[in-house]
Design a protein around this ligand. Structure first.
Ligand SMILES: Cc1ncc(COP(=O)(O)O)c(C=O)c1O
Length: 361
């Protein structure tokens, strides 16, 4: 609903709709690709021991210590790293910095027809012309469809919601083929099984890579995202950030991020557990007649054959197992299922077995 005071911009917007955040002890939440395990105990200690004066004062606007630890982790320079309030904010700043129209051009920002549904929302907000490109019939991204139009290219790797990863070779081939076009690779899920392009930022001046602490590092509630690119592209990020909000990363998030990077063992153990559960759940769903794409992420893109996807979504939902379902033509036969703990997935599979027995649809 709008009021007579709403701007023309507000009238035009159709915002992003995140997955439901339902509270309750017996909810199995497999609908927002959160990590089912808490962050490293070192992260919790770092947050608990933050000095009161660190909260009284504004945080370091440049998040220098956090950026230094990320730079060291990836063997980069600190001016090749930028941090923000979740990768959603990083993406918004990137869209402002690189994809809003230059007076000279009218080229469109290109992204796959099925990909992160925030991209069209940013385009709408920022008045960016966009072009959505169909996927291949196996749901992989059609890399040949992108062209060197100068308007920009963005896609997640692994892609969401399909869960499929593109190889570093195919992304490198694209980067070479479109030297006049900025390519933003959204690596929100990269740690679960895709090859990162962070190591390529100095080879390709048209490459920006974004990552997040929300998924593999269990810090969705903290809001911490990162961009990696050559220093002149990072400067563009800073310029936009400092024209919008000088302090997007609070003092707690800066400490949490540093502690998370330091506990590599915990991170590796968590990844191993989630990947094992993902592979097991894929097999179990296939045994139950689902078509499941080969996931490189912490979620599955799965299509039931014995049931109608919408009915199964509703049935799981009524039984407190939340997964994601979209009604659009391209997605209406599919569910996106985040990987939870072993017990979460067993519970979901048991419910599906009950549905099979009852043949409810
Ligand atoms: C593809 C993709 N990119 C970016 C994000 C944003 O993550 P965050 O803002 O939590 O860093 C998400 C969140 O689900 C995502 O799916």
């Amino acid at each position: 609903m709008s009021t007579k005071f709403s701007s023309a911009l507000v009238e035009r917007l159709s915002p992003y709709v995140p997955g439901e955040q339902r509270d309750g002890d017996n909810i199995v939440k497999l609908n927002t690709n959160e990590n089912p395990y808490p962050p490293s105990p070192q992260v919790l200690r770092a947050i608990a021991t933050v000095d009161g004066h660190a909260l009284r004062r504004y945080p370091d606007p440049e998040s220098l210590t956090l950026r230094k630890s990320l730079a060291e982790y990836h063997q980069l320079e600190v001016d090749e790293v930028f941090v923000g309030n979740g990768s959603d904010e990083i993406l918004a700043l990137a869209f402002m910095a690189f994809f809003t129209r230059k007076p000279s051009g009218a080229a469109a920002l290109q992204f796959p027809e099925l990909s992160y549904s925030f991209y069209p929302v940013y385009c709408d907000l920022l008045n960016i012309k966009s072009q959505m490109l169909p996927l291949n019939s196996d749901f992989s991204i059609n890399m040949n469809a992108f062209d060197n139009n100068g308007g920009g290219i963005v896609f997640p790797n692994p892609n969401a919601p399909t869960s499929l990863a593109e190889s570093a070779e195919s992304i490198e081939a694209l980067l070479k083929r479109v030297p006049d076009t900025l390519v933003l690779i959204d690596e929100a899920y990269v740690d679960f099984g895709a090859q990162s392009m962070v190591g390529f930022i100095n080879q390709y001046p048209n490459l920006v890579v974004t990552q997040t602490f929300s998924k593999s590092r269990s810090l969705a509630g903290m809001r911490l995202g990162v961009a990696y690119a050559n220093s002149s592209l990072i400067e563009a990020f800073s310029k936009v950030k400092n024209s919008f909000n000088s302090y997007p990363v609070d003092a707690l998030a800066q400490q949490a991020g540093i502690a998370s990077i330091q506990d590599q063992d915990y991170y590796l153990q968590t990844m191993e557990k989630i990947i094992a559960t993902r592979n097991k759940t894929t097999d179990e769903l296939k045994l139950r007649g689902f078509r499941v794409l080969d996931s490189a992420a912490n979620f599955l893109f799965a299509s039931p054959t014995k049931h109608n996807a919408a009915a199964l979504f509703n049935y799981l939902n009524e039984n407190n197992v939340l997964v994601r379902y979209w009604q659009s033509d391209l997605l209406k036969h599919w569910l996106r299922i985040s990987i939870g703990t072993e017990e979460d997935m067993q519970l979901m599979l048991a419910l599906i077995d009950e549905a099979d027995e009852a043949a409810f649809v």
